[in-house]
Structures are given as structure tokens and as C-alpha cells.
Design a protein around this ligand. Structure first.
Ligand code: NAI
Ligand code: UGA
Length: 606
């Protein structure tokens, strides 16, 4: 029998099972940065795969389209000048003695590249060809049976594990990309042993830390890549094989290796600790509201202590999203199943505080409106669970809507700059079942595609997602984040001369710079002239039909890469109905400025 080490071969083919928010973008970046690898994303959902293979990507993430187009469709040969357009941005270049300007002035030619990212429904077939199989399927909270309400529902993950077990070639490396309970590697190993007795497979844990709305930035410039493996020679070899894929663009010092269980648990702990910070600051916001202290001032003052740090201290209506709650619950279940009830209880409080915060906000809205919403119009600005995403899973906005509905308002208006109104309507219809919800069904909810229409004649506007467009003053720049709106990237040139040409990261930064500096009138999406035409849609493409009728794509409305404009609050205020309340659930409104428009503002923690 061959040694396991001999069966682990150089990586040329990667298969990612699960074409969702994690699988699609992660595989796209791996392919983009490794043009020599063949990366295939497979999914049982045909509609999702059709969208990935079209111009209608199934999810909206800023910058995703730029990367998918190059890796999926290939690119043309193109040229650019290696000199900043505005040389005042690089004063040091002009004064540097002995500098060879010609070197930078040169036209650089970038050769064409072939497609190396594929999307398919042929799950078994693609697994069979892969050297590395990533499992990136959904792992929600179990809703029935043992552990219902807290344990992880492993149905999809287990189904894929057994599919991998049946098809993977000997020596293929199996990677848990999904967030899974600690010791899931044992489950995968046992599944492999059941289907392929006598054949050894290495199981790695490689959890994903990207956040919605910044997924592409998180993937291109990760703080860390975590790879957990068995502490055996073949385990380390497998870990090194996966690390080599990341090393194409991630500095080696950021690729951390641990044992497989630590890696699995570290993912749950990372999300739980982040959520815990939000619940902690939210609990303080309740004290602030009763004492006259200001939660933003508290956050700024404690955040400047480097031991505390200034991230994830924004008080608001609580965290949403598909992962924080389910991952904390998974940690709670783990602790309880290990007999560590106090530990479980400790973490459960993070969720209790989150729900308290959201409900406290809804109650405050109702109380300020004299405990009756009858005859009143309430507008929610923001439906997605956070900014710059069309992901609405576990969105706090939906829970707030449900509470307001019971009060019988005349209208609940919704506007979200990223979500497609048609999709939001369908989602609300499916989620609010106990009474008619949408106007078209005799209920009070209307979803608008214009913020101004949504706010017209409204008695109260609620900010429920932290979109920069909703701010009334520019966002203050924090230490490592640029001030928002308008966003213009700096010119990244000149690039250093490299024997193998420019890196894909450099080319992407140049693309973004040119894009962010193009005027909206130019309507350019390909300033370098790199793109080949996207695959044509069938004449009966449902997504093309949706764009024709609603003006939105399924993934949302991107307006990708261009500076966005803030709402004109004086215009909104002049068309609101008295008493003109604004409830700032995300701490993004400058209260003094807003009161000049005659709007009364209530903010969380102030
Ligand atoms: N959404 C996020 O921002 C993040 C998610 N994660 C974790 O990544 C995992 C995936 O999450 P998402 O991508 O958000 O889920 P998702 O629901 O967007 O995508 C999962 C995909 O897996 C497919 N799938 C399920 N069973 C399958 C099967 N038997 N065969 C083939 N395909 C199958 C589904 O059709 C779906 O397209 C979860 O464990 C999640 O906790 C981790 C970090 C960030
Ligand atoms: O496992 C996951 O799914 C991901 O979960 C989170 O990412 P995500 O939920 O996409 O977005 P976050 O930026 O973490 O925001 C989560 C929620 O917390 C809220 N939030 C965030 C920060 C803050 O200071 N205050 C606050 O209320 C946001 O509005 C949002 O509703 C983590 O940040 C990612 O590292 C992780 O990979």
C-alpha cells in the first residue's frame, strides 16, 4: 500500500461544494489569484448555478463581479501606463534622485488569461477530479429533534461529506469551510471510513472569517487564514498543500496552522466574542439613555485603550445575519452537552441581550408615537442585516416590522438601497404568515425603490441598516478606515517591475482606482479593457425579466464601484408628516444637524 504522503499530489484542481455567500466568493478569489488552478464550484441548486454562470450573480458583494468576470470568463490582453495619473499623489517620485522615470512610464502589456473558474451542478463528477474538496454548505441551527433551537443542523454538511466519501479520489484533501461544531473532523473521517474503508483521507478545518458587505476585501486581504490539521506528517503535508493555494496572495505570516479541533472551535469563538462585544456595548446604551451619558463617547473613550480596541463597539438595534446567533447557539449547545451549564448560560446571555435591545428599540418607537400607530405611516430605511449587502437573513428590521405590524399602522414603508423590492416583498410574504402583510394582500407594508417616496408623509422614519447613504453628515474617518462618501481609491501606480508581470492584486487595485475616478456619466465597468463579453442569457431568462420590470437584479442594486450620494434630508424632512420623528437605530445621524430640519431624533444610547 502506498504511503498517504505519496498520495497527496500537487494541487491543480479544487472543487468547492456549496455556491453560497461563502463558497462562491472564496472559490472566485482562489481562482482569480491562482490562474494555473482549475476551480469548480458545485451546488445542487440549479438556479444558483445558472446565475453564477450569467451576468446575474446570485449574491451582491461589492467587487465580486470584477473578480468573477476575470476568473470565470478569462480576460483579453491589455496595456496600461505604469505612472500615476496625478503625480502630486506621489511627490516623492518627482524628487527621488537618480530615479528611472522611463521605467515607470513604460506601457505594460498584460497577456490574455484563460477561464479557470467554473460553476456546475455535476457534484459527484467534480469531486472526483479534485485534489482539494472544500465543503462550504449551510450549517443552520437545528429546528427539531435533539438539541432543537441550539445544536447545529448537520443535514447538508453530512450529505455532502458522504457524497465526497463516495467520489473523492484517494489522497484528496477534504476541507471543512463551513462553520461546524468542534470535532466535526471526526464525523467526516468516520463517513469516509464507512464508504471507503482502508483508504486514508486528510481532513482539514479552514473556517472562513469574511463578513457580508466586505467579503471581497476580507478575502483579498485577510487578517489571518486558519488551517487546522492532524498533527501527523500527512496532516501537515495536507495543511501545506492548502496553504500553498492561499500563499499565492496571502503573506505566509498570516497563514496560521493549528490542530483541527482548535481551528473548528476558534471559528465559533471568534463569532461569539464579536457578538459579545456588541451585546456588551448595547447593554451600556440602555444605561446611557437613562443617565445622560452618550454611548458613542463611551465607545470612543474605551476603544482608545488598545487592550479593548475600537472595533465592534457600535451600539444599535442588535446584531443580525445568518451566523452570529447560530454560532453562539452552537457554542452554548457544545458547553451544555459537555456538562458546562454555567458556560452555556454565560454565552446565551449574549443572545438574550441582543433580543432585548431590538425589542427595546421597537417599544421606544411605539412609546414616542403615544402608544398608537393607528393612522400613521412608519418608514424603515434599511432591510438588509447590515450595509452593502443584499443578505437579509436574521435581519433585525424584519423583527421590528413584525412588532410594529401588531400595532395596526396605516402603512409600513420599506426602502433598502441594496435589496430588490420584488425579492423583499416575496420574503415578507413568506415570513409574516399570521396576518395580511403586504398592501397587495390588504396589509400595510409597501416596499419602495426610492427613499424619498418611502419617507413621503411618514410620521416616523427608522434607520435600521447602517448604509452610508442614510447619513446626514460624512462618516468620521477611523484609524484604519477611510472617511466614507465619496469614496475614491488612490492611484496605486507605479507598480514595481516584476519578472512575472503585475500581480492580480495590483491589477485589481488599478481597476478599482480607474473605476472610482470615472464619472457616472461615463458608465464604464471595464476601464482597463480586460473583459470578454459575459455569457449571453436565454431569451426567457427570469432575471432579465425581473430587471425589465423592476430595474433591479436578483442580487440587489449595485451601482458598483462608484461614489454613492447621501440622502437629501432637508427634502425628506419637508415631506414628512408631523411630529416628524427619526429613530436612529444605527447611530449614524448627527442629531444637531437634523434638528435644523425640524426633525426630532431619538438615537440608541443617547
Ligand atoms: N454567510 C457568511 O457571511 C458566512 C458564512 N460562514 C459559514 O459558511 C457556511 C456556508 O454559509 P453560506 O455560504 O452563507 O450558506 P448559503 O446558504 O448561502 O450557501 C450554501 C449552499 O450550499 C448548497 N448545498 C446545500 N446542501 C448541498 C448538497 N447536498 N449538495 C450541494 N450543494 C448543497 C446550497 O444549495 C447553498 O447554495 C455556513 O457554515 C456558514 O456558517 C462563514 C463565514 C461567513
Ligand atoms: O461567520 C460569519 O458569518 C461572519 O460573521 C460576521 O460577519 P457578518 O455577520 O457578515 O457581519 P458583521 O460585520 O460582523 O455584522 C454583524 C451584525 O452586527 C452588527 N454590528 C456590527 C458591529 C458593531 O459594532 N455593531 C453592530 O451592531 C451589524 O450591523 C450586523 O447586523 C463576522 O464579522 C465574520 O468575521 C464572520 O465570518
Amino acid at each position: 500500500m502506498r504511503a498517504v504522503q505519496d498520495m497527496i499530489r500537487p494541487v491543480t484542481n479544487i472543487c468547492c461544494v456549496g455556491a453560497g455567500y461563502v463558497g462562491g466568493p472564496t472559490a472566485a478569489v482562489m481562482a482569480y489569484q491562482n490562474p494555473h488552478l482549475r476551480v469548480t464550484v458545485v451546488d445542487k441548486n440549479e438556479q444558483r448555478i445558472r446565475r453564477w454562470n450569467s451576468e446575474h450573480l446570485p449574491i451582491y458583494e461589492p467587487g465580486l463581479g470584477d473578480i468573477v468576470r476575470i476568473a470565470r470568463d478569462g480576460s483579453r490582453q491589455f496595456q496600461f501606463t505604469n505612472e500615476p495619473i496625478d503625480q502630486s499623489q506621489r511627490p516623492h517620485l518627482l524628487n527621488f534622485p537618480g530615479r528611472n522615470f522611463l521605467q515607470h512610464d513604460a506601457q505594460i502589456t498584460v497577456p490574455a488569461r484563460l477561464p479557470n473558474l467554473f460553476f456546475s451542478t455535476q457534484v459527484g463528477e467534480c469531486i472526483r477530479e479534485a485534489d482539494i474538496v472544500l465543503i462550504a454548505v449551510n450549517t443552520p441551527t437545528k429546528m427539531k429533534g435533539v438539541g432543537a433551537g441550539s445544536a447545529t443542523d448537520m443535514t447538508s454538511f453530512e450529505a455532502v461529506a458522504s457524497e465526497v466519501a463516495q467520489h473523492a479520489r484517494p489522497g484528496a484533501i477534504i476541507v471543512e469551510k463551513s462553520t461546524v461544531p468542534c470535532r466535526t473532523a471526526d464525523l467526516v473521517r468516520n463517513t469516509m471510513a464507512v464508504h471507503r474503508p482502508g483508504i486514508h483521507f486528510e481532513i482539514l478545518s479552514n473556517p472562513e472569517f469574511l463578513a457580508a458587505g466586505t467579503a471581497m476585501k476580507d478575502l483579498m486581504y485577510p487578517d489571518r487564514v486558519l488551517i487546522g490539521s492532524s498533527p501527523t506528517p500527512s496532516g501537515r503535508l495536507a495543511s501545506a498543500a492548502l496553504a500553498s493555494v492561499y500563499a499565492a496572495w496571502v503573506p505566509r505570516s498570516r497563514i496560521l496552522t493549528t490542530n483541527v479541533y482548535s481551528s473548528e472551535l476558534a471559528k465559533l469563538v471568534a463569532n461569539s466574542m464579536l457578538a459579545q462585544r456588541i451585546s456588551s456595548i448595547n447593554s451600556i446604551s440602555a444605561i446611557c439613555e437613562k443617565t445622560g451619558a452618550n454611548v458613542d463617547e463611551i465607545a470612543a473613550s474605551i476603544g482608545s485603550d488598545p487592550r479593548i480596541g475600537d472595533k465592534f463597539l457600535k451600539a444599535g438595534i442588535g446584531f443580525g445575519g445568518s451566523c452570529f446567533k447560530k454560532d453562539i447557539l452552537s457554542l452554548v449547545y457544545l458547553a451544555e452537552s459537555l456538562g458546562l451549564h454555567e458556560v452555556g448560560e454565560y454565552w446565551r446571555q449574549v443572545i438574550v441581550m441582543n433580543e432585548y435591545q431590538r425589542d427595546r428599540f421597537s417599544r421606544r418607537v411605539i412609546a414616542c408615537l403615544n402608544n398608537t400607530l393607528a393612522g400613521k405611516k412608519i418608514t424603515l430605511l434599511g432591510y438588509a442585516f447590515k450595509a452593502n449587502t443584499s443578505d437579509t437573513r436574521e435581519s433585525p428590521a424584519l423583527e421590528i416590522i413584525k412588532t410594529l405590524l401588531v400595532e395596526g399602522p396605516r402603512e409600513i414603508a420599506i426602502f433598502d438601497p441594496c435589496c430588490n423590492p420584488v425579492v423583499v416583498r416575496a420574503e415578507i410574504k413568506a415570513l409574516v404568515r399570521d396576518q395580511p402583510a403586504l398592501k397587495e394582500d390588504g396589509g400595510p407594508i409597501e416596499v419602495y425603490s426610492s427613499a424619498y417616496e418611502a419617507c413621503a408623509s411618514s410620521h416616523a422614519v427608522l434607520i435600521t441598516t447602517e448604509f452610508d447613504e442614510f447619513r446626514n453628515t460624512p462618516k468620521a474617518a477611523s484609524k484604519d478606515e477611510p472617511a466614507s462618501l465619496p469614496t475614491k481609491s488612490p492611484d496605486p501606480r507605479p507598480f514595481p517591475n516584476r519578472p512575472n508581470g503585475q500581480t492580480e492584486t495590483e491589477l485589481l487595485s488599478l481597476h478599482k482606482y480607474l473605476l472610482s475616478n470615472a464619472s457616472t456619466a461615463e458608465n464604464v465597468d471595464d476601464p482597463l479593457g480586460r473583459y470578454v463579453p459575459e455569457p449571453a442569457c436565454e431569451s426567457d431568462c427570469p432575471d432579465c425579466g425581473l430587471i425589465k420590470t423592476s430595474g433591479y437584479s436578483t442580487a440587489g442594486n449595485s451601482g458598483e464601484g462608484r461614489p454613492k450620494t447621501r440622502l437629501d434630508w432637508s427634502k425628506i424632512a419637508s415631506h414628512m408628516s408631523k411630529p416628524k420623528w427619526l429613530f436612529d437605530g444605527k447611530g449614524i445621524i448627527n442629531v444637531d444637524e437634523m434638528s435644523e430640519h425640524g426633525v426630532r431624533v431619538e438615537s440608541v444610547g443617547r
